[in-house]
Design a protein around this ligand. Structure first.
Ligand SMILES: Cc1ncc(COP(=O)(O)O)c(C=O)c1O
Length: 472
């Protein structure tokens, strides 16, 4: 048999690229002797070991240690990424049919959790920053307004930081949510490092959230798929959460994930915490040096604008005059052996962690300087990613499990979509499952297509969408 996956992994290792990409370990180790442990690391609930689903021994002790380090009431090593942790969190806090306030630009896993638990979402739109053409955070006033408008909302789900490192004011939001006696879940998949230093935005754990979800693998030295599920207040029933954890978790969880969550936490408690503190001024300097290059700009917290409450400086969003984001990402990889986390229309994103070295940043600065020296006066056409508001017509669960049909985009007015229509970037659904095609949305969809924006879930020829067949 051919082994294309192994072949690609060997090539990846040989390339030895500078990584501003997930996972957070960057292919470097944290003084753990993984190589010698490797043959035995994959074990199960044998003598002397423990059961992640019902821990009573070493895993229980380790999770208690993690709870101490993260300053939570309980911390659970979750082996199916923040995706799985989001499913568990929403099904703990909400019963089928209940109403939940959801940030409209949340991750796909939250949308999936709405379908899985048959929930009734009220969407809250994030703010939009004109200067950077970026959706930012949710305002506390908007949360307050929605909770006052609808007394039936049981819980609020906020994503902070977002992919670009932009944070919402979780402290203010938590206060509002708790005044109304509701539950706050924060998807902090992009911010597990925040609790380890006062120099960065305040973690949702310390800002009053009830449940916080972390993708350990994104910003800490931990392997892909590892996540932490934190209970931070007495409003959450631990036994119920454990029950939902069992519902969504394999009965054979890998020790590789468990020990990786443990060792990443142990690393951060000592060396990682110090590194995070120490690197702060250097990262500020990197950002300054990048922004001083002619034709280069990076996303910064814009005090005047007020749409960015706070920014994690470890996300560096870079644009270079006359280059598209996709060109930048390609050039950085092909010509400079630097892998960036992602690109949007105009920018590339560097995802920095405690495992990046000064050599990595110097290589990035040199490469950007070189690329910027080739900039021309060519203007890149700006397509605003600010989207019109959509209207929910059917619950996501109902639309998802309905009979479906395919219709041409031009004939879709008044139809209810059965699969989300997602412009990428930014990856936020223009229409989420169960929402209605209105004249405004249809116009916007055509505009995006005319401007060659990639849209997920259209037919291959980009002419049709999947909608609910109301004749069922
Ligand atoms: C905000 C957010 N939440 C959740 C997830 C899912 O995380 P994971 O890949 O750990 O399942 C992602 C993934 O990118 C994300 O960006």
């Amino acid at each position: 048999m051919k082994t294309p996956v192994m072949d690609a992994l060997i090539k990846l290792k040989e390339e030895d690229s500078v990584s501003f990409h997930f996972p957070g370990h960057k292919g470097r180790d944290t003084n753990v002797d993984w190589k010698n442990l490797m043959p035995m690391i994959d074990t199960t609930e044998t003598m002397g070991m423990d059961n992640l689903l019902e821990p009573t021994g070493i895993i229980k002790e380790s999770q208690e240690e993690a709870a101490r380090v993260f300053k939570t009431k309980y911390t659970i090593y979750s082996p199916n990424g923040s995706t799985g942790s989001n499913y568990i969190a929403l099904s703990t806090v909400l019963k089928p049919g209940e109403r939940v306030l959801i940030q409209r630009n949340c991750h796909k896993s939250i949308y999936n959790a709405l379908i899985l638990n048959n929930l009734d979402p009220v969407y809250i739109y994030p703010r939009f920053n004109e200067k950077y053409n970026a959706t930012t955070g949710v305002s506390p006033e908007d949360v307050k307004r929605e909770l006052e408008l609808d007394q039936n909302i049981k819980a609020v789900v906020i994503t902070s930081p977002n992919y670009y490192g932009i944070c919402s004011d979780i402290e203010a939001i938590a206060k509002i949510v708790h005044e109304k006696d509701k539950i706050l879940i924060v998807d902090e998949a992009h911010g597990p490092h925040l609790i380890f230093s006062d120099k960065y935005p305040k973690s949702a754990i310390e800002s009053g959230a009830d449940i916080v979800i972390h993708s350990t693998h994104k910003t800490l030295p931990s392997i892909t798929q590892t996540s932490l599920l934190h209970i931070c207040s007495d409003r959450i029933d631990y036994n119920k959460l454990r029950d939902r954890f069992q519902l969504y978790t394999t009965t054979s969880p890998s020790y590789l994930f468990t020990v990786s969550n443990e060792m990443a936490t142990a690393y951060m408690e000592e060396e990682g915490r110090k590194r995070l503190d120490d690197m702060y001024d250097y990262i500020l300097d990197v950002r300054k040096r990048l922004s001083e290059i002619e034709g280069v700009s990076i996303l910064e917290k814009d005090e005047d604008d007020g749409t960015i409450f706070d920014l994690d400086i470890l996300r560096i969003l870079i644009s270079v005059k006359s280059f598209r984001g996709s060109d930048l990402k390609k050039m950085l990889y092909e010509d400079y052996n630097i892998r960036m986390e992602m690109n949007d229309q105009y920018n590339v994103l560097a995802m920095c962690t405690v495992m990046n070295t000064e050599e990595d940043y110097e290589a990035l600065i040199e490469a950007i300087k070189d690329i910027a020296s080739k900039a021309t006066d060519k203007d890149i056409k700006t397509v605003s990613i600010n989207m019109p508001e959509a209207f929910l017509s059917l619950l996501p669960h109902e639309a998802y499990f309905s009979k479906k049909k395919i219709v041409k985009i031009e004939d879709s007015l008044g139809e209810v979509v059965a699969t989300p229509i997602i412009p990428y970037p930014p990856g936020t659904p223009l229409l989420a499952t169960g929402e209605l095609m209105t004249p405004e949305i249809l116009e916007h969809l055509k505009f995006l297509l005319e401007n060659d924006i990639n849209i997920v879930n259209l037919s291959e020829d980009k002419s049709s969408i999947v909608v609910v067949d109301s004749n069922e």
